[in-house]
Design a protein around this ligand. Structure first.
Ligand SMILES: [Fe+2]
Ligand SMILES: [Fe+2]
Length: 193
């Protein structure tokens, strides 16, 4: 699914189910960071008009997701906790060399975003299929569909702005690299942990 090389062990859902409040806080920040990523792409690459247009829409949509998760936290009688560091994202960033041309930097940021969307989508699908709480499962199903669309969009832009063959090779290498990271994850109650 989504080109990912290593599927998440379904037992991860058992860990999540024991601490729904924890996963919701982590998830809320994933949505907020997705919105921030979209805004930051606008600031860094303002001359890419089509990208800017899509990022305006995306930042709104991701903040909409943030609100949905935040509402859910409030409905459960809780308040949003503090942000946590995301080991997955930290490890993922190590794949990309610093510097390079402006186009290279853009392609790297698009591939990075595409992969995070793809893995989030895979995790949401698992939650939608495996969670005992059917209302929550339904919530994750809807988000899974959105994130799949975002993954496709980021990859499309990377292929459009970069050199196609080079982008495809990088994407493939990134998928291999990500699979290695995922071997040590899937044990925590966080969206990427
Ligand atoms: Fe989202
Ligand atoms: Fe997204």
């Amino acid at each position: 699914m989504l080109g990912l090389k290593l599927p998440t062990d379904p037992r991860w859902v058992n860990i999540v189910e024991k601490n729904i409040d924890e996963i919701l806080t982590d998830h809320a920040y994933c949505e907020q960071k997705a919105a921030s990523t979209a805004i930051s792409l606008i600031v860094s690459f303002p001359e890419y008009t089509e990208l800017v247009e899509e990022m305006i829409a995306l930042s709104r949509e991701e903040m909409g997701h943030f609100k949905m998760v935040h509402d859910l936290i409030l409905q459960r009688g809780k308040t949003l906790g503090r942000d946590r560091k995301d080991e997955y994202v930290i490890e993922l960033l190590k794949f990309f060399p610093k510097g390079g041309s402006r186009t290279t930097q853009l392609v790297h940021r698009l591939l990075y975003a595409a992969l995070i969307e793809a893995r989030s989508c895979e995790r949401f699908r698992l939650l939608s299929e495996e969670l005992e709480d059917k209302k929550l499962a339904d919530f994750y199903y809807k988000l899974m569909v959105s994130e799949a669309g975002h993954y496709t969009m980021f990859l499309k832009f990377a292929r459009k702005y970069g050199q196609l063959e080079e982008v495809n090779t990088k994407w493939n290498n990134l998928l291999e690299y990500e699979a290695q990271i995922m071997k040590d994850l899937g044990t925590k109650e966080s969206i990427h942990g």
